[in-house]
Design a protein around this ligand. Structure first.
Ligand code: AMP
Length: 422
């Protein structure tokens, strides 16, 4: 009797396994270089977590869950995604009490009973990151930047970032009514599944591969956002432009999970055909409450490992260790986030490892975190420093402080890294 692996799964070994391990190591280093730390949660969770978080009307919950009863009859599910488990762990371990922003990355297997095809598996792997605790659009920008840095690191070109806002519980119900009304006159044109969706979860229609014509005639949520969502969406776009991140607005982008609020985005690789999404994410400000916690805003993304590995450009460079970042950026004032994120981006392009504190906490707290991070330097940039184009640089071991012009920052940080090695 010879056994075969279950449909939609893979065995990894030999050169392929070695390159997976190398890529995983580089991803861990990349996220560490942004100041994110790893979290591992169980591969299975109580089914209700996904039903509540991902949403009953989604394909993931209604068709794709690997749910089973354990010996005591409890319903458990092999995780189809990892944002809900991370939020569950965050709340269960009381991490909300520490304040500020908790930044986690994760990687591991996910399970969805989907139709296997090129680039789509039943057991697949995701690398993702979650920044929990702050509502500001600069955190969304950092998450988008981190997800793009993955593909930059491996030399991908021609990527497309599609960006949308999917509203919040204040503006979405009104939009859903408008959408249902519009759909009323188009019922006969909808596919079987979307006729049901029109009643249960009409925004899912935007995900349908069959109802393409209709989608383009439907009202879009970005025309019906509340003031807070509009402001956030505008703010994010302006930060991304400030960071020189290219993106396209796509009001049809909804994503297949109900927990998203405000920001939703995807990174597409046009060469990939049907399964062209390398990575997707967004903000999920209501998830903590859905999981029994308080109002805790958060944002994150997850990237498909198989799609990364199967499309990896031939040439990709070097290896990065898991050392502390070279510089820890402290922001006395959140109004300068765009400039600071841009400067941090330039330094990272010069192969420096930089963490930016976007928590909005007091300088004293940020300085404490900087000291504990193990970074040799804290770089303080507020409105005054932006004005003078000079950063205040603090050597954390000695406490000495100096002014360094922005143009000389990378040289100064490199010098400190060399001093450490010497
Ligand atoms: P999602 O969790 O649905 O937002 O998906 C995030 C990313 O995970 C996608 O952009 C894909 O790269 C990857 N992904 C999702 N489902 C699968 C699957 N069944 N097989 C392989 N990769 C997947």
């Amino acid at each position: 009797m010879r056994f075969k692996k279950p449909r939609g799964t893979q065995d990894l070994f030999g050169d392929r396994m070695r390159s997976w391990a190398k890529v995983e190591e580089m991803l861990a280093a990349l996220a560490g270089g942004y100041g994110y730390s790893e979290i591992r949660t169980p591969v299975f969770e109580v089914s209700d977590l996904f039903v509540r978080a991902v949403g009953e009307g989604t394909d993931i919950v209604s068709k794709e869950m690997y749910a089973f009863a354990d010996k005591k009859g409890r319903s458990l599910t092999l995780r189809p995604e990892n944002t809900a488990p991370v939020m569950r762990a965050f709340l269960e371990n009381g991490l909300h009490r520490s304040g500020g922003i908790t930044k986690f990355w994760y990687q591991g297997p996910m399970f969805r009973y989907d139709r296997p095809q090129a680039g789509r598996y039943r057991q697949f792997h995701q690398f993702g990151a979650e920044a929990i605790g702050h509502p500001g659009p600069a955190v969304d920008a950092e998450i988008i930047d981190l997800s793009l840095a993955i593909y930059r690191m491996f030399g991908f070109t021609n990527l497309e970032v599609r960006l949308n806002s999917v509203g919040c519980p204040v503006c979405r119900p009104g939009f859903l009514n408008i959408l249902r009304n519009a759909l009323g006159s188009m019922k006969s044109e909808l596919c079987g599944t979307c006729s049901e969706r029109a009643i249960t979860n009409p925004m899912r229609i935007f995900d349908c591969k069959e109802c393409v014509d209709i989608k383009n005639r439907l009202p879009v949520i970005t025309d019906h956002l509340c003031d807070e969502c509009s402001e956030h969406f505008e703010g994010l776009q302006s930060i991304l432009r400030g960071m020189k991140v290219d993106f396209m607005l796509d009001s049809l982008l909804v994503r297949g999970l109900d927990y998203y609020t405000k920001t939703a985005y995807e990174v597409l690789h046009p060469g990939l055909g049907g399964q062209n999404a390398l990575c997707g994410g967004g903000r999920y400000d209501g998830l903590a409450e859905e999981c029994g916690g308080g109002k805790i805003p958060a944002v994150g993304f997850s990237a498909g490992m198989e799609r990364l590995m199967e499309n990896l450009p031939e040439e990709f460079a070097g290896k990065i260790g898991l050392d502390p970042v070279d510089a820890f950026f402290i922001l006395p004032d959140e109004s300068v986030s765009a400039e600071v994120l841009r400067i941090a981006g330039e330094l990272r392009s010069a192969a420096l490892r930089v963490s930016v504190d976007l928590s909005g906490r007091s300088m004293k707290k940020q300085m404490k975190v900087a000291s504990e991070s193990g970074a040799p330097l804290a770089v303080i940039i507020g409105p005054e420093e932006i004005e003078k184009k000079e950063a205040a640089v603090k050597v954390l071991a000695s406490g000495g402080q100096e002014s360094v012009p922005f143009a000389g920052l990378s040289a100064r940080i490199f010098q400190e890294r060399k001093n450490e090695v010497d």
